[in-house]
Design a protein around this ligand. Structure first.
Ligand SMILES: Nc1ncnc2c1ncn2[C@@H]1O[C@H](COP(=O)(O)OP(=O)(O)O)[C@@H](O)[C@H]1O
Ligand SMILES: [Mg+2]
Length: 330
């Protein structure tokens, strides 16, 4: 039998089965009286081979969602299903799941042990999983080359000797070391200069094809998500307000929050005029979210009843859904 560490875990359910299914996931922090509903009933799928982007303002629950999926924190409710199998007790053991799902964080330096060389950091997990020293060394070299860092130059360096962009390449190599199938990237380029950001995004696109990956790509930057994602999910105060193919959603945002987010971003084209007013005001406190549609106090097209009724996600077009009373209304 082949060395299981040399190959990814094989596809079980076939291409049509979602790689990741998140169902009604919730995480509430704090005690009674001041509960933060950081993630509040979130459901979505990541299809095999796709990049799903998650966007939303700071504090809307993006990172909590990623930590829940990684199993780094316990959910208050809901479940995660990976390639058709429930993750956790009675289903796929966390140890089996964790090999297949890896994460890259925003802070390239905090993610690396400053006392380990780059080579040691990348080789750490394969060694722990029993890969021989020789095979690990070979893999480290291959991975460094794959992320565009000359192995001879970089394997023996320490994290502080690298630039932010180089460190993030190392973190990506480390995430690839156990041949995962899904990588969760939480603001992976948000701390980088624009020119470096473009290089790392292009690298991620190449690696996805080379290693047959799927991505869950979290960013507050709508331009970055437009570049990298196949579909995009918009979060507001711990909930999904819109999800759909990137072209459809950017062309024709169905939720007023998405429209306002798009109108607020720095436009690439100064002549481009939008009719939607940009987003104003701070996101309200998730300790005490507004009644009805949580966006209604900031909504430019609020109607009577929006403060009472919680709109369900409804079809806009094929695969494009939004949670607004104006969607689906005849
Ligand atoms: N460990 C925690 N304890 C208490 N509140 C938390 C904790 N982690 C996150 N939160 C709160 O949950 C909400 C969502 O946070 P987060 O998931 O980090 O948002 P994002 O990544 O979209 O900026 C915020 O109000 C945040 O303050
Ligand atoms: Mg975050």
């Amino acid at each position: 039998m082949a060395d299981p560490l040399l190959d990814p875990v094989p596809d079980l359910g076939g291409p049509a089965q979602p790689l990741l299914l998140v169902q009604n996931l919730s995480r509430h922090f704090g005690k009674k009286g001041s509960v933060v509903r950081a993630v509040d009933g979130v459901s979505f799928a990541v299809k095999k081979g796709e990049t799903l982007g998650i966007v939303g303002e700071s504090g809307c629950g993006k990172s909590t969602t990623s930590r829940l999926i990684m199993g780094l924190i316990e959910p208050s409710g809901g479940e995660v299903i990976f390639d058709g199998e429930h993750v956790g007790p009675g289903g796929m053991p966390l140890s089996v799941y964790r090999r297949q799902v890896q994460m890259v964080f925003q802070d390239s330096y905090a993610s690396l042990n400053p006392r380990l060389t780059i080579g040691e950091s990348i080789g750490f997990a394969p060694r722990v999983h029993g890969l021989s020293r020789e095979a690990t060394d070979a893999r480290v070299r291959d991975l460094l080359a794959a992320v565009g860092l000359a192995p001879d130059q970089f394997a023996r360096r320490y994290p502080h000797e690298l630039s932010g962009g180089q460190r993030q390449r190392v973190n990506i190599a480390r995430a690839l070391a156990l041949r995962p199938r899904l990588i969760i990237l939480d603001e992976p380029v948000s701390a980088l200069d624009k020119s470096v950001e473009a290089q790392v995004l292009n690298l991620l696109v190449d690696l996805k094809a080379e290693f047959d990956l799927s991505y869950l790509f979290i960013s507050h930057d709508l331009n970055v998500v437009q570049f990298i994602a196949d579909r995009v999910l918009v979060m507001y105060l711990g909930q999904v307000v819109e999800i759909g193919p990137v072209e459809a959603l950017y062309r024709e945002a169905a939720h007023p929050y998405t429209a306002a987010l798009l109108a607020s971003r720095p436009s690439m084209d100064p002549d481009l005029r939008r009719t939607t007013p940009p987003l104003t005001g701070d996101p309200p406190n998730p300790v005490n979210p507004p009644s009805g549609c949580r966006f209604h106090p900031r909504c430019a097209v609020v109607q009577r009843g929006c403060d009472i009724h919680v709109p369900p996600l409804a079809d806009v077009s094929s695969g494009h859904l939004a949670a607004c009373v104006r969607v689906g209304a005849a």
